[in-house]
Design a protein around this ligand. Structure first.
Ligand code: CA
Length: 656
């Protein structure tokens, strides 16, 4: 072991004073930013057969030491040496070993004079159990077979060609009915041929059969709230509590104590999903951390967070506008895209992150693959940035980012009602005033965007009640059949609107989150598997399987008709004539250039009575009607069509 770089800078004593109490004025000083912004891409631990180099940015520390450990267990007293690190002019400390330390665990201790903090490496690419110690890793050795030929199966397509399916790793396989052996693990997603108790396909086979294009995984980076040292204890969390941004979550691996296992198994999962033609999207949470004692903050006190800002309601909004935080976020995204072949990122509460950070992320990811899809929750959350006038990535700023989409709560609330205002009911529950909003959404128009590629259309996700539960709560006395009708109508609106359709795993067969006492769960972030898991045996019940077939049919229909997903601008390219009659709303979508069909006619009828709707001239083939959807003809009509009650009717022009 030898220290490599010599200290070239003693540091500016005035700048470095009194930084322990998050003295943010210091970080905002112009000369701090100028002096201590590092733009190298070598932070972390990098090894080769001959050397290992450690680099960490900690400009306010008086000294930094590297601690090496035999294991990743934070309670184990198994240190194998500490080494002084040398500082350079930009506040980066480094040390070099003259051997390959792959598999060795490490932390840094930053000494500030009256305080010394030991912390994990923010740039750790592997960690031990529960993420307290980083591990030096030989990443090439974790590549699964065929990794060099693994690529985004949807590369080159438009984002509006995507059909996104949101899944939590445990939900997939926690219920016995999944037939999946690796319960709650990344590699559960690699299993094929799995069936429920009635022999119906489950897991990845089912997901691929749906025809979806993008699988969005609820947080799979290393998060804090599941104890990885107790793999058999009943534990569950969604994982919106980041601990190590550049490391897979340990509880989803078969061995959290070996830092390389989770890395290898994550890649196996990506490879398996890709091999079925499906891209992988990660849910990333760069807007807050699990705690203010996040490792970056231990090494540079107060730097990573906006002091006193609580837009995330987690008490520690990330200060993405600070240069080294921005760099960290962009570096992290690029790392996942390159090392793990991730094809898209869903940004949790992106409205808390500044526009410039997301712009830079978009630009850097474009250099890897422009078809990497990016989208997020652009809610306006009232955060306090460290400087004034920092534009945030909220819905109304979506156009300032580039190729980026926001979750479309306009459509969501118009369909099923507001989750925050019980008096504002949705179209499927009888509020026909929502017709105008829905016909606008069908054309890709909202108050904050008129470009379909900027809109993620959805009526359910991991948050709040499932769609089926919401319909049940809103209509407690309604028959099963009629509640199903409402569910199907909601789905049809999502899949026939311009934008990017998104469904929550299991929505396609009436997923419910029922508590032990029979009540329906509204916020299942730490509820047990029994509430959260997908109940695959439901697919053996005919009424549920029929719903699944309907969703499959909608996806197939959408894929077969570019007109539904090719509109680039609501204003410019399309003849979009809207007619409404009482409770029903109907609109015509003109064909796009080169499309074989000659226009699509879409009718939503939320009322309890059927309606006769006049059609534009010509012959029309019915493809969606009642509880059936797909590309097959369900009959041909001209002049008019009867729109069944509580359902969508979709027709394709078939002749003059
Ligand atoms: Ca963890």
């Amino acid at each position: 072991m030898e220290t490599g770089m010599s200290s070239t800078d003693g540091g500016n004593k005035d700048l470095l004073r009194n930084t322990l109490k998050a003295d943010t004025g210091l970080y905002e000083a112009e000369d701090f930013e100028k002096k201590y912004t590092y733009d190298g891409n070598d932070l972390g631990a990098y090894r080769s057969p001959e050397t290992t180099v450690f680099k960490v940015w900690a400009p306010t520390a008086k000294s930094v030491t590297l601690n090496l450990y035999e294991s990743g267990d934070p309670s184990a007293d198994d240190g194998i040496g500490t080494y002084d690190m040398s500082r350079d002019g930009s506040g980066v400390w480094s040390v070099r070993a003259d051997k390959d330390l792959a598999g060795v665990y490490y932390t840094y201790t930053a000494d500030f004079g009256d305080l010394a903090n030991e912390a994990c490496d923010p740039y750790a690419r592997a960690v031990g159990v529960n993420g307290k110690r980083a591990m030096v890793i030989d990443l090439d050795a974790t590549d699964p077979e065929g990794w060099e030929d693994d690529f985004n199966p949807n590369a080159g397509k438009n984002s509006t060609d995507a059909v996104i399916y949101e899944l939590h790793i445990r939900d997939l396989s926690a219920d016995l009915s999944s037939g999946i052996k690796n319960t709650g693990k990344f590699i559960g997603l690699t299993e094929t041929g799995t069936v429920n108790s009635g022999g119906v396909p489950t897991g990845l086979d089912h997901i691929a059969d749906m025809g979806i294009t993008h699988l969005q995984l609820t947080p799979v980076y290393d998060y804090a709230t599941v104890d990885e040292s107790k793999p058999d204890a009943p534990q569950y969390n969604w994982g919106y509590d980041p601990l190590n941004y550049n490391v897979p979550e340990g509880s989803y691996s078969t061995d959290a104590s070996d830092g390389a296992v989770r890395v290898r198994e994550f890649k196996q999962m990506v490879r398996a999903v890709h091999s079925r033609g499906i891209s992988v999207v990660m849910d990333v949470v760069y807007n807050h951390t699990y705690g203010t004692d996040y490792c970056f903050n231990m090494l540079v006190p107060g730097y990573f967070h906006r002091p006193g800002s609580n837009g995330s309601e987690c008490g520690n909004d990330v200060a993405s506008e600070r240069p080294m935080v921005r760099k960290f976020i962009v570096d992290s995204l690029v790392y996942w895209a390159k090392e793990y072949h991730i094809d898209g990122f869903r940004f949790d509460l992106v409205g808390l992150i500044d526009v410039e950070t997301i712009r830079q992320a978009r630009a850097e990811l474009d250099r890897i693959d422009p078809s990497i899809i990016l989208y997020g929750e652009g809610w306006d959350m009232k955060t306090i940035t460290v400087r004034k006038d920092v534009p945030l990535a909220v819905q109304k700023n979506v156009g300032r980012i580039g190729n980026f989409a926001m979750f479309n709560d306009t459509l969501r609330d118009a369909v099923k009602g507001s989750m925050f205002d019980e008096d504002q009911t949705g179209y499927i529950n009888g509020n026909y005033e929502m017709k105008k909003i829905l016909s606008d959404c069908a054309a890709g128009k909202t108050e904050w965007s008129s470009l379909p590629y900027q809109q993620i259309n959805y009526v359910s996700c991991h948050d709040n009640r499932t769609l089926w539960d919401e319909i049940t709560v809103m209509n407690p006395d309604m028959s099963f059949e009629d509640r199903v009708r409402k569910n199907l109508l909601a789905a049809a609106i999502v899949f026939t609107s311009q934008g990017i359709p998104f469904i929550f795993a299991g929505e396609e067969f009436l997923r419910s989150k029922e508590n032990a006492d029979g009540t329906l769960n509204e916020n299942s972030y730490n509820a047990p598997d029994s509430v959260n898991s997908i109940k695959w045996d439901d697919l053996s019940r005919k009424e549920y399987a029929d719903v699944c077939e309907y969703y499959k049919g909608l996806i197939a229909f959408r894929k077969a008709h570019p007109a539904l997903r090719r509109m680039e601008s609501a204003e410019d390219l399309y003849d979009f004539s809207v007619r409404t009659k009482r409770s029903a709303t109907a609109c015509r979508i003109a064909p796009c250039a080169g499309e074989s069909s000659d226009g699509i006619f879409v009718i939503y009828n939320a009322s309890d009575t059927e309606e006769k709707i006049k059609l534009p001239k010509g012959k029309w083939r019915i493809c969606v009607k009642g509880n059936r959807a797909g590309c097959e003809s369900l009959g041909e009509v001209s002049d008019s069509v009867t729109a069944e009650r509580m359902s969508a009717t979709v027709l394709v022009k078939s002749g003059v």
